[in-house]
Design a protein around this ligand. Structure first.
Ligand SMILES: *[C@@H]1O[C@H](CO)[C@@H](O)[C@H](O)[C@H]1NC(C)=O
Ligand SMILES: *[C@@H]1O[C@H](CO)[C@@H](O)[C@H](O)[C@H]1NC(C)=O
Ligand SMILES: *[C@@H]1O[C@H](CO)[C@@H](O)[C@H](O)[C@H]1NC(C)=O
Ligand SMILES: *[C@@H]1O[C@H](CO)[C@@H](O)[C@H](O)[C@H]1NC(C)=O
Ligand SMILES: *[C@@H]1O[C@H](CO)[C@@H](O)[C@H](O)[C@H]1NC(C)=O
Ligand SMILES: *[C@@H]1O[C@H](CO)[C@@H](O)[C@H](O)[C@H]1NC(C)=O
Length: 347
């Protein structure tokens, strides 16, 4: 069932979106803790925010932190790093996205940021308003709202979205000028990166075996394939609002990919973004991002030197990762010598 594209009256609109998503959009707002100190009436609430609402949809270990920085480096964009973290349930997740795109912040989200200041590293806007813990007062929802309203555009990275369909009410109900960037990475790269993390947190050699990552990798591929399927038949409301990006393309030519992204966003590419790219894609820069234009091998194809060929074969034949690779133009490697032959491109 498709929602009505035209909302004759709010109640009909709500109903059609509800039928589609099986939860009512107006009721979603009420999922907010009644305790929350947000009083919507007192906020400078722009019902029809003019700016862009940008959502970077990604998965764990897909290079989304790096990609997000391409938005964060733009001083016209308030960029938030994984605001859906620690939020359970689709209705609550939707509510969080909707609120943030309207510059409304719950106390619980603010407390999460306060308690896990790691996210501040990735968000210029938040870093400016959050002060070192215990030394200063935690900002209030109103403080954040004011800060947020000084930005023309809002962007967030989410790695915990179940489906793109969930974003539709942001356009139908909230009337936001939504832009969706869907980031995909080669599942072999994702698995290799996951394995690296496991190695650093566990000395259990059993854990190091890629086999234990099969369900995670499979899950990643399934979600990506589902989203791609949805993207082939986008509902009218999302048409022109969706762009698929490959991490490998960003790694091999960050500047060109960024031009493509900003064209899609219909925003100018600021000098600050170009500067960030220049600084952070230097082979010498140890900013923490494993990426360099000078050696794309070291960046996006490091899995070729890290994984065993048997592991690569397993992933290539794991359904639906085989399908994902096919759709995305990731080439299968047929032998160890092919894997080691770096002049043979894998994407
Ligand atoms: C507010 O939250 C506190 C605990 O966080 C709870 O005990 C209290 O009942 C809540 N009040 C309302 C009005 O929901
Ligand atoms: C990790 O495991 C290896 C091999 O079993 C062992 O030699 C090493 O001492 C262990 N390291 C730590 C920090 O436990
Ligand atoms: C630059 O990016 C566009 C897509 O945004 C792509 O079509 C084109 O091939 C890229 N050019 C180079 C030289 O990579
Ligand atoms: C690396 O990048 C960071 C962040 O952009 C920048 O502050 C730093 O100066 C760069 N370092 C070098 C050596 O270019
Ligand atoms: C690129 O990085 C890979 C892996 O670290 C290395 O083997 C290779 O020699 C590098 N290539 C160049 C041209 O630096
Ligand atoms: C590596 O791949 C290239 C491109 O397919 C090929 O021309 C070359 O012969 C290969 N080298 C080896 C050692 O297999």
């Amino acid at each position: 069932m498709r929602p009505l594209a035209i909302c004759i009256a709010p109640v009909i609109c709500t109903l059609s979106v509800m039928l589609y998503h099986s939860y009512p959009v107006t009721a979603i707002k009420e999922v907010l803790p009644t305790n929350s100190s947000i009083n919507i009436n007192t906020l400078n609430f722009k019902k029809n925010r003019k700016g862009k609402s940008i959502i970077l949809v990604a998965s764990h270990r897909t290079g989304s932190s790096f990609t997000g920085e391409l938005l964060n480096a733009n001083h016209d964009i308030l960029y938030l790093f994984e605001p859906l973290r620690y939020i359970e349930g689709n209705a609550n997740k939707f509510n969080q996205m909707s609120n943030i795109f309207h510059c409304q912040f719950t106390k619980s989200y603010i407390n999460t940021i306060r308690d896990r200041q790691g996210v501040l590293r990735f968000s210029q806007g938040l870093r400016n308003i959050f002060k070192p813990r215990n030394k200063f007062k935690t900002p209030s929802p109103i403080d954040l709202s004011r800060m947020c309203n000084t930005y023309p555009h809002i962007a967030m990275k989410v790695i915990r979205l179940e489906s793109l369909q969930q974003l539709e009410p942001l356009v139908l109900g909230d009337k936001l000028d939504l832009k969706i960037l869907h980031l995909i990475r080669d599942p072999r790269g994702v698995a290799s990166s996951e394995m690296n993390i496991l190695k650093t947190i566990s000395n259990n050699s059993v854990m190091w075996k890629l086999k234990s990552l099969d369900p995670i990798t499979k899950n990643y591929c399934q979600r990506a394939v589902n989203m791609l399927d949805f993207s082939y038949n986008l509902p009218a409301s999302l048409q022109g609002r969706y762009k698929l990006i490959r991490y490998e393309d960003i790694a091999i030519d960050t500047f060109n990919s960024t031009i493509g992204i900003y064209n899609f966003l219909e925003l100018p590419l600021h000098q600050s973004v170009s500067n960030w790219i220049v600084e952070n894609t230097k082979a010498s820069n140890s900013s923490g991002f494993m990426i360099t234009n000078k050696n794309s091998t070291a960046a996006s194809e490091s899995w070729r030197t890290r994984l065993q060929f048997e592991d690569v074969e397993i992933i290539q034949n794991l359904s639906p990762c085989d399908e994902l690779m096919n759709i995305m133009g990731y080439h299968k490697l047929e032998s160890l010598s092919q894997m080691n032959n770096m002049s043979l491109r894998s994407f």
